[in-house]
Design a protein around this ligand. Structure first.
Ligand code: ZN
Length: 203
């Protein structure tokens, strides 16, 4: 099982980190060991002084997808939820400046949080799904899939040209603007539409 993540998929977020808006999806992969066990708190790793939350919609792959078309892509997803792509921003910045891969800043243990699954067919219009993140009861991120640079179908078609997707693989579809640091004692709660997807404490 693998976790495929998309970077810079909302214009306002690309700009808040000083990045260009990409012409093609920016892809990176987290290992399975990045998954935070359900119900466990997130522990800030000792190698970072600046871990950021990134709330994202997460797709679950239902069948093998190899070089699929955009038109067929919707048939390969059976569920979605909100999740968190925790990022050691200080480490990522150092690696970026040296032109090195980001893996240590993005794929560390516990860096992938996945909420409760919601059946994909419950969402009639996948091009306008709202989601948001609260930190300590204050809203910090909110967006709609109408604001995605690359929509779900485009992402799946693009990813599957390079990496065969298999049942149970996850796709993190990118974070909107509003990312920021976490500290011990914080509580993060993610919603898809009006449904709570996860509640997570930071230690
Ligand atoms: Zn992300």
């Amino acid at each position: 099982m693998k976790i495929v993540c998309i970077g810079r998929n909302y214009v306002a977020h690309a700009r808040e980190l000083g990045n260009e808006v990409p012409a093609d999806p920016v892809i990176f992969i987290k290992p399975e060991t990045a998954l935070l066990k359900t119900g466990h708190p997130f522990s800030i790793p000792p190698f970072s002084n600046e871990v950021h939350y990134e709330c994202e919609l997460v797709l679950r792959v239902s069948k093998k997808a190899q070089a699929i078309t955009k038109e067929a892509a919707a048939g390969y997803i059976d569920a979605l939820t909100a999740g968190l792509d925790f990022t050691a921003r200080d480490l990522q910045q150092q690696l970026k400046e040296k032109g090195l891969p980001w893996e240590k800043a993005k794929g560390f243990d516990g860096s992938a949080v996945v909420g409760n699954w919601m059946p994909a067919d419950q969402f009639k219009n996948k091009k306008d799904i709202h989601f948001c993140l609260y930190k300590n009861k204050a809203i910090v991120q909110q967006a709609s899939t109408s604001q995605l640079i690359f929509d779900f179908d485009t992402l799946l078609a693009h990813i599957s040209q390079y990496f065969t997707l298999e049942p149970g693989d996850l796709v993190f579809t990118g974070t909107p603007a509003g990312v920021g640091p976490v500290e011990p004692g914080d509580v993060l709660e993610g919603f898809v539409e009006d449904d709570s997807a996860f509640e997570l404490s930071i230690q």
